[in-house]
Ligand binder design. Structure first.
Ligand SMILES: [Zn+2]
Length: 276
């Protein structure tokens, strides 16, 4: 099953959509039946089941319409199911671009209508369904990054699709806007409790299961270092200098987001009362 992981670039395409900037779009085969689609900085997963194709986050209308055409050309099979990772607009917009889909799955807390698309199936904690020869295991991750974020694991491929809560060897997005970071860490622990081998992230490259544990270690170290500094009376600006997270200097976005990660953690710890 691992034979084809990352070995086949099935199709790579760069195409303009009439805007000033070209949109980078790329489809990569991850296992025999599991594919990764990248649209600029956002990624989704789609799966050939032998009885139709299961897609995830549409990203936006143009991306979904483009992917729908590519899937038709590639497989000649219809899209049977759409699963939303969560309802944030940068991943969940544009579902209508996929066309009519029979089964649309979202977590219970997602809005009634997601950018014009009404989910037909909702679940609270866990659900699984089988399509063709694939089983999809969906797990609600609890509040933290948003309040309707789920992880999707595909069997028997043992591939997980994980969005925003953790990425492979990449710092966390900017300053964790508005998030409760202890809840966020719980979300990542929940992902770590799932069984899978390969992780397709909503951002960044394909990773492996151990990348999740590394993400937890990063968050815990960041939390401990920032808390220690705040308790010692240091300012946020001082912490941006002193909390270097040196072990992670090879991770993506280290130069751009380390200070923002420190700032976001300091904001959370101060507001949560952890500092006193
Ligand atoms: Zn999000």
């Amino acid at each position: 099953m691992k034979r084809s992981i990352l070995t086949a670039i099935l199709l790579a395409s760069v195409m303009g959509v009439g805007s000033a900037q070209d949109v980078k779009r790329e489809i990569t085969q991850v296992t025999d039946d599991v594919y990764r689609f990248q649209n600029r900085f956002h990624v989704n997963m789609f799966v050939l089941t032998g009885d139709g194709v299961v897609v995830t986050d549409p990203i936006n209308d143009d991306a979904a319409a483009w992917l729908r055409t590519e899937i038709g050309t590639l497989t000649g099979q219809p899209i049977t199911d759409l699963i939303y990772s969560h309802s944030h607009g940068d991943h969940a917009s544009g579902g209508e671009g996929y066309g009519e889909i029979a089964n649309i799955v979202a977590q219970q807390n997602a809005p009634a209508v997601i950018d014009g698309v009404k989910p037909t199936i909702r679940f609270s904690d866990r659900m699984s369904f089988t399509r063709g020869d694939k089983t999809f295991e969906l797990t609600y991750l609890g509040p933290g990054h948003g309040n309707d974020l789920i992880a999707i694991v595909v069997r028997p491929d043992n591939v997980a699709f994980v969005v925003d809560a953790v990425s492979s060897k990449r710092l966390f997005y900017r300053d964790f806007p508005g998030a409760n970071l202890d809840q966020w860490i719980e979300q990542v622990r929940k992902i770590d409790s799932l069984e899978f081998e390969v992780m397709i992230g909503g951002h960044g490259p394909v990773g492996v299961k151990s990348d999740v544990g590394a993400g937890i270690a990063y968050l815990e170290e960041l939390r401990a270092e920032v808390l220690k500094g705040l308790k010692a009376g240091k300012s946020v600006d001082e912490l941006k200098q002193s909390v270097t997270m040196e072990k992670y200097k090879d991770w993506a976005a280290y130069d751009n987001w380390r200070e923002l990660n420190v700032q976001g953690m300091a904001r959370y710890l101060s507001e949560s009362g952890a500092v006193q």
